[in-house]
Design a protein around this ligand. Structure first.
Ligand code: NAD
Ligand code: GLY
Length: 368
């Protein structure tokens, strides 16, 4: 990446429960000002995973050591398959063994899996200790680290056990994206692309025009994509912190995507890959319901394909998709509710007839 070290920005998040900043820039981990004004404590705990710890733990430890008398670390096993109760308990084991008190600050260093688990641990330990998100995947920088959703998976449903719990700060160091494998980078682009149809048609145009630069991890393009994504997420979460309504639009493609993730077993497809394919199905459903013109589906397909994302789902069987989708947090009284696009930049959440949902799935399965 050819980033200019001085390129830094900050996006405020303001919800009924918290106010904090998302810092975005290149080389933030090494800058003293990144850490100024964080909650004071004698102990900081870095929660990461075995992959991320090997690359970034030492840098974060160097940054925190002047600020906290003790800095301890815990590396969780890596992967969505470990986003479980058992792994969460490893965090509690560490906090208790280290005699952490209720001022201890937890630093979640890693992608969305680490962020969701460390955040949930922070929400629960002694009924809540402060935590800071240090996201190191594109997906985590543009989505999961912002807005305070924390959770683990249950075998019967993804992210079903969790809490709304806001971080004290989010630190998006774009330099960390340099080591991200291409498949993970593409998965993050799925969540960037999502913001266009649901909230900002001009951003969708911008992504289409700049996708090659993004795929090349051009620093300025990345910086804009992360900032605009965070601005949109902050705006939505600011209006609806606990998903009483508007926030559900952030789950565009997720109802279908969660079915793919759960149906194949967590970790088989990446979350962003499942969301990409889910967005194609949700776009198809928007067309089938007469909300969007027919050319919307190929437009989404072209863009997702350019980002090297899957646009056809695994052939699990339509009834299996429908069963899996009923275990969705947006479902009400057993009726699945879908995020649908009603015009570019504007989403709606509503139920849809099973036969149309089935058709939207059938049209976008592998080998069909
Ligand atoms: P992830 O956390 O599994 O990270 C992806 C992979 O990249 C892992 O193997 C990780 O070890 C590795 N990695 C992380 N940073 C790296 C780096 N800088 N260099 C090299 N390797 C690196 O996956 P993810 O896509 O970041 O997050 C997906 C999770 O986020 C899912 O569990 C999903 O449910 C959750 N999520 C939560 C929210 C929310 O609002 N809380 C939103 C979207 C997604
Ligand atoms: N990623 C969906 C949300 O934060 O609400």
């Amino acid at each position: 990446m050819n980033a200019k070290p001085s390129h830094r920005t900050s996006v405020p998040v303001e919800t009924p429960s918290a106010r904090y900043e998302i810092l975005i820039g290149n080389g933030l981990l090494q800058r003293p000002e990144t850490w100024a004004g964080l909650p004071r404590a004698s102990h900081a705990v870095i929660v990461s995973n075995t992959t991320v710890e090997a690359i970034y733990e030492a840098t974060l430890r160097d940054a925190l050591s002047p600020l906290y008398r003790r800095v301890s670390s815990l590396a969780l096993p890596d992967g969505e398959a470990y986003k479980t109760w058992e792994t969460l308990n490893l965090v509690f084991d560490h906090l208790l063994r280290e005699a952490c008190d209720r001022k201890t600050v937890i630093f979640a260093l890693g992608g969305g899996v680490v962020g969701d688990m460390a955040g949930f641990a922070a929400a629960c330990y002694m009924r809540g200790v402060p935590f800071v998100q240090v996201p190191t995947t594109l997906l985590a920088q543009v989505d999961s680290s912002v807005g305070g959703k924390t959770a683990i998976n249950h075998p019967l449903g993804k992210n079903m056990i969790g809490a709304f719990y806001q971080p004290a700060r989010v630190i998006c160091d774009l330099a960390t994206l340099a080591t991200l494998p291409q498949r993970e980078f593409s998965a993050g682009l799925a969540e960037v692309i999502k913001y266009g149809p649901i909230f900002d048609a001009a951003f969708l145009d911008w992504i289409e025009q700049n996708l090659d630069a993004l795929m090349a991890r051009d620093a300025l393009a990345l910086s804009h994509a992360v900032r605009r994504s965070c601005e949109i997420k902050a705006e939505v979460v600011g209006q609806d912190e606990r998903e009483g309504g508007l926030r559900a639009i952030l789950n565009y493609g997720h109802t279908f995507g969660h079915a793919i993730e759960a149906g194949l077993g967590y970790g088989e497809w990446l979350h962003g890959e499942a969301v990409a394919c889910g967005m194609v199905m949700a776009s198809e459903l928007s067309v089938l319901l007469g909300l969007m013109p027919g050319d919307f589906v190929p437009r989404m397909q072209r863009l997702l394909q350019r980002a090297q994302l899957p646009i056809a789902g695994p052939a699990l069987g339509v009834s299996r998709y429908l069963d899996l989708m009923r275990v969705d947090k947006k479902a009400e009284g057993g009726a699945i509710r879908f995020v649908l696009i009603e015009s570019l930049g504007r989403a709606t959440v509503r139920p849809a007839p099973d036969e149309l949902v089935a058709r939207a799935i059938e049209r976008h399965l592998t080998g069909v």
